[in-house]
Structures are given as C-alpha cells and as structure tokens.
Design a protein. Structure first.
Length: 80
C-alpha cells in the first residue's frame, strides 16, 4: 500500500523576542520568502532596523563578517 505524501507548510518566524512567534504559515515556500521580505521592510521602517539584511530564507543583522543574528527565519513543518 502506498502512503500519501505528507504535506509541508512553511512558517515565517520572528526571532526578536525571548520566544518564537509567527507572522504566518504558507503552503508555498515562495510565499513564505515574500513574507520574510515584507516583514523585514516593516521592521526597517517601523522599528528603525536599518542594518537588517534579507537573505534567501531569512533576515539577519550582521554582527561581523562571519557572525549574524537571525531576526526572521522560515521554519518548515511536516503535517501528519
């Protein structure tokens, strides 16, 4: 018997506080990446985080050329 493929969703996570909170959950990774960009721009505008850099699946603050603080990241979840 063939088992059905498990569904994966992508959560856009805010890592600025002591505990994770999520901006939203998406069925498509591309939609989650768009949300990372939207939330990073909001943080730049509203919170003055001008040093925020958007990468492929995350937004970071560069501490040095090798160390970065993750501010927004995409988590993937496998649904049962």
């Amino acid at each position: 018997m063939i088992k059905p493929a498990r569904e994966v969703i992508f959560g856009v996570c805010d890592k600025t506080g002591n505990c994770d909170s999520y901006f939203g959950f998406f069925k498509n990774e591309e939609d989650a990446k768009k949300e990372v960009k939207i939330q990073a721009e909001r943080m730049k505008d509203e919170l003055g985080m001008m040093e925020l850099v958007v990468k492929e699946d995350r937004a970071v603050i560069l501490k040095t050329d090798r160390i970065e603080q993750i501010v927004i990241v995409i988590h993937s979840f496998v649904l049962r």
